[in-house]
Design a protein around this ligand. Structure first.
Ligand code: PRP
Length: 196
């Protein structure tokens, strides 16, 4: 059977991600214990992209904590950030007096996470920590403290495991590197054989 998506280079396989998420969960629990926390963190997933990461972390952390969702969009279409962060859904999350743990798929310029931290702290959260699967330090415009980082990556456009390009490739199980050439030849071959 022919593959359903272009053979992009895999940066992190699902297994590698799984292993790292277990390590992050352990670090989160250790910190909570060390701080003598009596209440669990309020998990907030930044959708759409962070959903798979948040789901995995929820499964691995004890207690099946609820995961709240907030929407923040900064990219619009294409591969270039617009610099604008639109937040919606934050008003429905009961963060007052809570230790919030923001869950991100990727921190790039840092604008999204900085805007969300400011929002939740302004709404009365006791603290607001950040767990991100990926971080691109070379792209940072706004410095934000990242408490838990899965992997630091170079300035490559990555897709899969929740991350998309105009809505495509979010469902890929691995984190892959986008390559327009690979995509073009895959589409050309698929068209020639009457496939996808
Ligand atoms: C991506 C990602 C982060 C944000 C990071 O979201 O999920 O939320 O960009 O970029 P920044 O650090 O430069 O702010 P995107 O806007 O692509 O929305 P999506 O998750 O719905 O695809």
């Amino acid at each position: 059977m022919s593959p359903s998506h272009p053979p992009f280079r895999v940066l992190f396989s699902r297994d590698t991600i799984l292993r790292r998420v277990h390590e992050l969960a352990r670090a989160i629990q250790d910190d909570l214990q060390a701080a003598g926390a009596t209440t669990p963190p309020c998990l907030v997933s930044v959708i759409e992209g962070a959903r798979p990461f948040a789901r995995l972390l929820q499964q691995v952390l004890p207690g099946q904590l609820p995961v709240y969702e907030v929407r923040a969009s900064s990219y619009g279409r294409g591969t270039v950030s617009s610099g604008q962060v639109a937040v919606s859904g934050a008003e429905r999350i009961p963060v007052q007096g809570q230790h919030v743990l923001l869950l991100e798929d990727i921190v790039d310029t840092g604008r999204t996470i900085a805007a969300l931290r400011a929002r939740f702290l302004g709404d009365g959260a006791r603290s607001c920590r950040v767990a991100t699967l990926l971080s691109k330090p070379s792209r940072r415009v706004v410095e934000v403290p990242l408490d838990y980082t899965g992997f630091e990556i170079p300035d490559e456009f990555v897709l899969g495991f929740g991350m998309d390009l105009d809505g495509r490739y979010r469902e890929l199980p691995d984190v892959v590197i986008y390559d327009p050439e690979v995509e073009r030849s895959f589409r050309g071959a698929a068209a020639a054989t009457g496939g996808a």
